[in-house]
Ligand binder design. Structure first.
Ligand SMILES: *Cc1c(COP(=O)(O)O)cnc(C)c1O
Length: 370
């Protein structure tokens, strides 16, 4: 009854939910620390919460399907036109639209070996062959080599660049990204996933992508953004794509109506208007990240300098699964990267009280398991 393609797709393993830790280890809800899904530990802007409360009586109404107000706000924020924007239920859904809309006949898609898992899931559903670069982090020389090798036999329908990359944390510069786009055929869609751009550009302006500039110059580029990370709206599911008018018109053909909720729409509009909140979160993120970097250095663990709201520790002298399972019994949820084939784990940078507790437990663990 079911498609053969599904046999090769593992059900996505999202960060373990808080409810599981409460149920299995009897830990009270308010002492569970979840730093596994790169959510914003500071929540969302108080103005957003107030606006959701004020609009709660609209829950029975479908949202404005043109999403006029949110598109206006985003078009102002980025300096693009409203018809160069598409809204998705998270940028996840925009990735899905891209895979559905592009012609994959005699084609393959190209991505880094260790990158956002949903590119692969949607590519498999689209039935398109997947090529990956050999390195865990983005190396554009590898992307170019594979792109050119394959181009003699097949088309490359989509290239995914995750800038910065989840789950490794590294970030290409805007210059590198553009030099790569220059080498790519106009018939290849280049997806620039900017889920953590708010963090990256604050740390180093050379990493900041300018969607308005890129989509004007390159009709085959789409920039993806989300409200789930820096804006703290993971639970509301709002993301967007920015691309040339024609590209966005094609994606709209595969978008189902009312694909985000009335309250999500409202929340995103207000969230975008509170840039002070975002700036404050980003600042604290990098201040807190330093404690993890120091911990890693002190304990001879490796990490790639991160341009995101998480840090990934590698080069472990222990099994990441053993550590993560033990932490669960202590009420701490981190992201084990075993499912990526790596002995590594990813920590979302939390609030200072959370980070202190996690660092204390990590030190305990390393002491015991020397
Ligand atoms: C979190 C994330 C997304 C999208 O998240 P949504 O909640 O679906 O908007 C996209 N790409 C990367 C790399 C992410 O980490």
């Amino acid at each position: 009854m079911f498609r053969v393609a599904l046999e090769n797709i593992a059900t996505y393993e999202a960060g373990k939910p808080i409810e599981l830790v409460i149920r299995e280890f009897g830990i009270p809800a308010d002492s569970v620390i979840k730093l596994a899904s790169n959510e914003n530990p500071y929540g969302t802007s108080p103005r957003v919460l107030e606006s959701i409360r004020e609009n709660i009586h609209k829950a029975h109404l479908y949202p404005d399907d043109s999403m006029y107000e949110l598109k206006e706000a985003l078009s102002h924020h980025y300096g693009v036109q409203a018809d160069e924007i598409i809204i998705g239920a998270g940028s996840d859904q925009v990735i899905e639209f891209c895979l559905q809309a592009v012609d994959h006949h005699n084609a393959c898609v190209l991505m880094a070996k260790t990158t956002f898992a949903m590119y692969e899931v949607y590519a498999k559903l689209a039935g398109v062959e997947i090529l990956k670069t050999p390195s865990d982090i983005h190396r554009l020389d590898e992307f170019v080599r594979i792109y050119q090798e394959v181009s003699s036999k097949k088309r490359v329908s989509i290239v995914f660049l995750c800038v910065p990359n989840n789950p490794m944390g590294e970030c290409l510069s805007a210059k590198e990204v553009e030099a790569f786009i220059e080498k790519v055929d106009k018939q290849t869609l280049v997806v620039l996933d900017g889920a953590y751009q708010e963090f990256a550009k604050a740390k180093d302006s050379d990493k900041g992508l300018d969607p308005a500039y890129l989509i004007k110059k390159y009709s085959n580029v789409i920039y993806l953004g989300t409200f789930s990370k820096a804006y703290g709206l993971g639970g509301m599911r709002v993301g967007y794509g920015i691309g040339s008018k024609h590209l966005i018109a094609m994606l709209h053909k595969v978008r189902p109506p009312f694909n985000i909720t009335t309250l999500s729409l409202q929340a995103a509009i207000i969230a975008l208007s509170d840039q002070d909140f975002v700036a404050q979160c980003v600042k604290q993120n990098f201040e807190q990240m330093r404690y993890y970097e120091e911990f890693a250095k002190d304990n001879h663990l490796s990490f790639i300098p991160s341009y995101t709201n998480f840090i990934t520790l590698t080069n472990l002298s222990f099994e990441s699964t053993h550590l993560c399972d033990w932490l669960l019994t202590q009420g701490v949820i981190l992201r084990n990267l075993k499912s990526y084939g790596l002995n590594a784990f990813r920590i979302t940078i939390g609030m200072s009280s959370q980070n202190e507790r996690v660092l204390e437990l990590l030190k305990q663990y390393i002491q015991k398991n020397k």
